[in-house]
Design a protein. Structure first.
Ligand code: GDP
Ligand code: GDP
Length: 437
């Protein structure tokens, strides 16, 4: 499982600024894709690509117990209690306040390891800034300026040292023939109905994956001679007494499931169309670089006229993932499932395709000759050669000079050129540009 880190602190200390600094994708192209919505409360920190973790920006933890503020406070506390690590953020400029003291009193009752992060130290003498909080008695104290991104590397290193490692072994160490698929989507789109439909089919063997805990439920199954591991989704969880507690963290579970899978199937409710929450789950799939299939569910509930209307609207809203296949299904009636599985296989095959250095270098040469990048301030980028940099997603490392001048649109051109040439469907594609002769 991806570890969970919670940001706790009173309003205005810089939690969201820190959240952004930690979760902003290095890959600006992925991040700035129009149509992607960012969840402002949950994100994955990938500053160390080997050790991603989920970050929760809890809202106001100190607040009255009544009304909306009370609900927010309770939720924040629950998130913090569930976390592997709490970062207690305070304002180094303003010093300790009574609300900080209240939060501290609460933190002392919680069993979660906690670092004190004294933020906004830009322009201050760090010793003085820290002194005001010495009486809090924290062993782990960090000084940051999230606005200027100072102290973030140290914070990251300390956090990673405190977080559990290799929690995914039980889910990931398995038969390479077994494809890991996650069914994701917002509540009520039909995930449980779909998963139960798939598991309920004849000629299929399903079993719980041994060693999986309450938090990481996975099911293995065979279908038409192929092996799958369905990774935790709300759909796999038995609904019941823990439902309420679990539901609150379904966003965290979704991020974790996306991380663990090779192919993410996102369910969309055909009747309701694409909501902001759907766009943010799609953004999480893109950030993780996972293969993607869009399943438009509840297709049975639409009239012919609605279907036509729908078709146009969906393709417009899904334009930013136009490389992903969209399949119309009805989980309720079990229609479209064969097509769905075919699309999953195509996406998986593309995502795990093997390339040689010769193939990729040739592709770069042809792409470059067909359409060289434009001259920028008297300079033109040169692409010299390329080699494979990994799979799921397919990653291409391109070497050349003046690569900084390559525009986003030229990068998109390369991506589309590669998609066509290598027939890649259903997977993001990454380019890493390396400057040098
Ligand atoms: P939150 O309410 O805790 O999420 O705080 P925000 O991230 O929204 O920040 C509150 C204000 O503090 C904003 O005006 C930020 O620009 C500012 N701020 C955040 N981090 C820093 C910092 O490291 N240094 C300075 N000088 N200002 C900061
Ligand atoms: P989940 O929260 O994503 O797991 O969604 P559920 O599987 O619990 O489904 C939510 C509701 O949508 C239930 O009332 C289902 O019966 C209904 N539903 C699910 N799939 C379909 C479908 O294909 N067609 C129709 N008409 N209703 C569906």
């Amino acid at each position: 499982m991806l570890p969970l880190v919670a940001l706790v602190g009173r309003p205005n200390v810089g939690k969201s600024t820190l959240f952004n600094a930690l979760t902003r994708s290095r890959d600006a192209l992925v991040h700035d894709e129009p149509g992607v919505t960012r969840d402002r409360n949950y994100g994955v920190c990938r500053l160390d690509p080997e050790r991603p973790f989920v970050l929760v920006d809890t809202g106001g933890i100190a607040g009255s117990e009544e009304g909306l503020a009370g609900a927010t406070a309770r939720q924040s506390r629950a998130a913090a209690e569930e976390a592997d690590l709490i970062l207690f953020i305070v304002d180094g400029r303003e010093g300790a306040s009574s609300i900080d003291d209240e939060i501290l009193a609460w933190l002392r009752k919680v069993d979660t390891p906690t670092f004190l992060v004294v933020n906004k130290i830009d322009g201050l003498d760090p010793q003085t800034a820290l002194a005001d909080f010495a009486r809090y008695g924290f062993k782990d104290v960090l000084a940051t300026s999230s606005a200027h991104k100072t102290g973030i590397d140290t914070l990251l290193a300390r956090a990673l040292a405190a977080l559990p490692k290799d929690g995914d072994a039980e889910i990931l160490d398995d038969d390479p023939e077994r494809m890991r698929v996650a069914f994701v989507g917002r509540p009520n789109v039909g995930k449980s109905t779909l998963v139960n439909r798939i598991l309920g089919e004849e000629r299929m063997i399903a079993s719980d994956v041994p060693g999986t805990t309450r938090d990481s439920i996975a099911v293995d199954l065979e279908r038409d001679g192929r092996k799958y591991r369905l990774i935790d989704t709300a759909g796999l969880r038995r609904k019941g007494r823990v439902e309420e507690a679990v539901e609150k963290f379904s966003i965290v579970k979704t991020l974790q499931a996306i991380e663990q899978c090779q192919v993410a199937v996102i369910l969309i409710d055909a009747v309701e169309g694409i909501t902001e929450q759907d766009a943010s789950v799609l953004g999480a799939v893109l950030d993780a670089g996972r293969a993607l299939v869009v399943a438009i569910n509840k297709w049975d509930g639409l009239t012919d006229y609605q279907r036509q209307q729908n078709e146009a609207l969906l393709s417009r809203k899904l334009a930013f993932v136009d490389w992903a296949e969209a399949v119309r299904i009805s989980a309720l009636h079990g229609s479209g499932l064969r097509e769905l599985f075919k699309a999953v296989h195509r996406a998986h095959a593309s995502a795990t395709k093997k390339f040689t250095t010769a193939d990729i270098t040739k592709a770069i040469e042809i792409a470059y000759e067909t359409n060289p990048p434009p001259v920028v301030r008297g300079h033109v980028a040169k692409l010299r050669f390329a080699h494979p940099g990994g799979e799921n997603p397919p990653t291409f490392i391109v070497h050349g000079t003046r690569l900084r001048t390559l525009s986003d649109s030229y990068r998109r051109y390369l991506e589309n050129f590669f998609r066509k040439r290598f027939k890649l469907v259903g997977t993001p594609v990454r380019f890493i540009f390396k400057e040098g002769e």
